[in-house]
Design a protein around this ligand. Structure first.
Ligand code: PLP
Length: 376
């Protein structure tokens, strides 16, 4: 059996090696390392794929979130509602800009922000909501956009884990996640569903004025070179990564389908088990399985992980500490905030290997070992 990895970027690369190698060599040959042709080309193709009006590429997903918030002209102390059950980057950008993070609960089935919880947190200082499409499943955007409209709030989508995911509106129409809110952000970190061979990120918007602002913020506040109208930052997708991503974008739907196949295998193996809850897919979303995350009841999770490690099966806890309990927020007194669902999920979740290169032999081995441990 091939060794099992949490993510197998190497095997995936080997299948498209010739195309990738030649695209990298083309960039080297062009010597246009910054903002070369591939950056524009990838940005246009990604824009069409996501179905957004504008796409601005940048250096990574964390920058994308920061740039999004900088472009919204928020004032120190303005409140931004985010889930606590997420990767730290979502909230770190809020705190970095001296905005106040306010934490919403998530839904216990989908792990995504609960609109009812959001409603209760709105105050006159609330200016924005960051919806995270966690693990590859969409947050309930229709409800979130409705709340935002009623209270005149901006919505930023953190689409770092869900590129290619589709949101299905109640009238049956569909949109890709990242193209629904005022701004969408994504990451091309190598393990993401559309992963570069280094860092990368992108920002989406359908708003023409915001697009100009985002572009300026990402580029030292300038539109005309050496004329800086606002304080921005320097955040660029490099040309080599853009060339790689442009090739991988063509495979993204197939990559997501491979993840869905692996997830379906897991779902069959764990179906109806009293101690295992498999991922739930809401009727408004597809699932692109950035992670395949189980919820365990009455299972010693540490012991299960030890047992899997002994059998050379990696597993991960995303995330062991919810954001509101992280030390970086000690000074905000947020640990006193009660988030029972978030805390419970934190204690129950385990993510199994999921990527485009898993074969049946590996999946069989993983599921048998998990079931062996839990049933004995
Ligand atoms: C990966 C990730 C980010 C940050 O992306 P980087 O490219 O690593 O900066 C932000 N939010 C979520 C939910 C992520 O998973």
């Amino acid at each position: 059996m091939r060794p099992i990895q949490m993510v197998d970027t190497k095997s995936q690369y080997l299948k498209i090696k010739e195309q990738i190698d030649s695209a990298i060599l083309d960039v080297l040959d062009s010597a246009a390392y910054i903002n070369g042709k591939a950056v524009t080309q990838f940005s246009n193709n990604l824009n069409a794929y996501v179905g957004s009006k504008h796409t601005i590429t940048c250096a990574n997903g964390t920058d994308a979130l920061q740039i999004a918030m900088m472009a919204l002209d928020l004032q120190i102390g303005d409140e931004v509602i985010t889930p606590s059950f997420t990767y730290i980057a979502t909230t770190e950008a809020v705190a970095l800009l001296k905005l106040k993070p306010v934490f919403a609960e998530v839904d216990k089935d989908t792990f995504c922000m609960d609109p009812e919880s959001v409603k209760k947190l709105i105050t006159p200082k609330t200016k924005a909501i960051v919806a995270v499409h966690l693990y590859g499943h969409a947050a309930p955007m229709e409800a979130i956009m409705k709340i935002a409209k009623e209270h005149n709030l901006f919505v930023i989508e953190d689409n770092a884990q869900a590129i290619g995911c589709e949101y299905i509106f109640s009238d049956g129409s569909k949109k890709k996640t990242g193209s629904i809110g005022h701004i969408g952000c994504t990451s091309f970190y190598p393990s993401k569903n559309l992963g570069a061979y280094g860092d990368g990120g992108a920002i989406f918007t359908n708003d023409d004025a915001l697009a100009i602002k985002l572009k300026m913020v990402a580029n030292h506040g300038q539109i005309t070179r050496y004329y800086h109208d606002l304080v921005g930052c320097n955040s660029r997708l490099d040309t080599i990564q853009a060339a790689i991503l442009d090739i991988k974008l063509k495979h993204l739907d197939a990559y997501n389908a491979a993840r869905q196949n692996a997830a379906a295998f897991y779902n069959r193996a764990f179906a109806n088990h009293p101690k295992i809850k498999t991922p739930v897919v809401a009727n408004y979303s597809t699932h692109v399985y950035h992670q395949y995350t189980l919820q365990l009841t009455d299972v010693n999770r540490d012991k299960l992980q030890e047992c899997l490690t002994e059998h050379k099966i990696p597993s991960m806890i995303y995330y062991p500490v919810p954001v509101h309990r992280q030390k970086m927020f000690d000074n905000l007194g947020l640990d006193k905030v009660e988030m029972p669902i978030t805390d419970e999920l934190t204690s129950k979740v385990i993510s199994l290997p999921i990527h485009t290169e898993l074969d049946e032999e590996q999946l069989n081995f993983i599921t048998s070992q998990v079931l062996n441990f839990i049933n004995n």
